[in-house]
Design a protein around this ligand. Structure first.
Ligand code: DUC
Ligand code: ZN
Ligand code: ZN
Length: 470
């Protein structure tokens, strides 16, 4: 059998090994990984000399084409957002489809499928955000798992809008233990935060930095601990989304030390940015209004340590872009009206490679584990996604670990008018990106096709408990 594509001369990196090997592709699958594979009759030969060959990145936390209000949606649609992901070496996203009050979960998923269909350039799955947990919604979670939507998100913040109370979260966790789904939690104490927000506004403290100052780390830590306790009572696994600070991380560490199947992700913004980013002229601070918020800088080192030690298992982006002009700056002089969220889907691999591997914090294998393998495992996509092995999808990145570049909004591909990392120099660039055996990015040019990405039906993760106790 002649190979359609053969990648030669590269160093193949997985979560567990680094080897000099060729990677052979037939159709949309990797068929062989071994040294010196036959070159006769090969369709396309890709020379990866001097480069790593990585499994495509798996970003399990994005908000693409997400309506925030009647008039504001996140600024990337599934074409622009997944194209930018591809430029950054990410070949799978799991986006958050949101249930509106009164809506069935299936309606939410159908709506998100319609947003992605015909547009996505890489494969995509969905988690479903539950904002209205009725008896019928509880039953519906079983059906969604059967249809490949095997994870849900709940909010402990935003009372009256998105928040579920502890009883509802507990019921969902109990059900997840039965149907094999995974509950992802936005852990912040919404009731206390809302009081702090009202007090800040009443005192005239309305600039963007007060968004961060009214959401203290203890509010995140308390909710993280409560989510873990609820999961323990329900005998369920739990996944803590977007961990931003040491105090919340401690709660995860303590849970895991007690043998509980607790998992946590962090995001590049919490590793590279801090409260110091609010030291900019007046309303430019709106760019950094994210939830959970940016923290005091010393937390960054603790989060990196958590990634190195295994206390945190995933780096996702929480890509939720809003333009500075026309979306973020529409809020007037009031932080409560600034759309929360920032762009990042394109920057994750370069940032984590630079800050993690090149800074000596962890190995290139741990890097692959954090940005690809473990997210694929936790969310029921492994080994189809997240590794390089015979039978896996040919989602691959030829990654140049030496090339340096400066992140700027002028040169990024996300449809948003600013970068959280403007002017930051990083090293590590995806030179060639393949999605299911098709070259979609090569030498800085896009070669993919809108609509070629497919919906990924994800399994309940049977390996979950072993994975997390390891
Ligand atoms: N939670 C998220 O996961 N993303 C954006 C804002 C939020 O509250
Ligand atoms: Zn959240
Ligand atoms: Zn999010």
């Amino acid at each position: 059998m002649a190979y359609d594509i053969l990648i030669v001369n590269g160093q193949v990196v997985t979560a567990t090994e680094t080897l000099r090997a060729d990677v052979a592709i037939v159709g949309d699958k990797v068929v062989e990984v071994a040294p010196n594979l036959r070159r006769e009759g090969v369709g396309t030969l890709l020379d990866a000399a001097g480069n790593y060959v990585l499994p495509g990145g798996v970003d399990v936390h994005t908000h693409i084409d997400m309506p925030l209000t009647d008039t504001i949606s996140s600024s990337d649609d599934f074409e622009t957002g997944t194209r930018a992901a591809a430029f950054g070496g990410t070949t799978t996203v799991v986006d958050y489809a949101a249930q509106s009050r009164g809506q069935s979960l299936k309606e939410a998923i159908e709506l998100w499928k319609a947003k992605a269909r015909g547009k996505a350039v890489i494969d995509y799955g969905f988690h479903c955000i539950i904002t209205d947990l009725t008896d019928s919604v509880i039953h519906e979670t079983d059906e969604l798992v059967a249809e490949g939507v095997s994870s849900f998100k709940v909010f402990m913040a935003y009372p009256g809008r998105l928040m579920l109370d502890d009883g509802a979260i507990f019921r969902l966790l109990q059900r997840s233990a039965v149907n094999g789904s995974l509950v992802c939690v936005h852990a912040e104490n919404g009731g206390a935060i809302d009081v702090l927000v009202k007090q800040a506004v009443a005192a005239g403290n309305t600039e963007p930095k007060y968004h961060a100052l009214t959401r203290p780390t203890i509010a995140e830590a308390e909710a993280t601990g409560r989510a873990i306790a609820l999961a323990e009572m329900a005998d369920a696994s739990v996944y803590i989304a977007h961990v931003s600070c040491q105090r919340a991380l401690e709660q995860i560490e303590q849970g895991r030390m007690r043998g509980l199947p607790v998992m946590g992700e962090t995001c590049p913004q919490y590793l590279f940015l801090s409260l110091e980013n609010f030291d900019v002229p007046a309303w430019e601070g709106a760019k950094y209004v994210l939830t959970p918020p940016l923290r005091e800088k010393w937390n960054q080192a603790k989060l990196w340590d958590g990634l190195a030690s295994g206390a945190l298992q995933v780096v996702s982006t929480d890509h939720c872009p809003f333009n500075f002009r026309g979306q973020k700056d529409f809020a007037g002089n009031n932080f409560t009206r600034i759309p929360n969220g920032g762009p990042g889907i394109e920057n994750r691999l370069s940032l984590i490679f630079t800050g993690g591997v090149l800074s000596g914090r962890f190995s290139v294998n741990r890097f692959v584990d954090l940005v690809s393998t473990t997210p694929a495992r936790i969310f029921g996509m492994y080994p189809r996604k997240g590794t390089i092995a015979a039978g896996s999808d040919a989602d691959l990145v030829i990654f140049n670990p030496h090339r340096q570049y400066t992140i700027t909004a002028n040169s990024h591909h996300m449809r948003v008018d600013y970068s959280l990392y403007e002017g930051l120099s990083v090293t590590g660039v995806p030179e060639v990106v393949l999605s299911r055996g098709r070259i979609i990015v090569r030498s800085g040019a896009f070669e993919g096709v809108a609509g070629s990405g497919e919906f990924l039906s994800r399994s309940p993760s049977t390996a979950l408990r072993q994975t997390t106790r390891g």
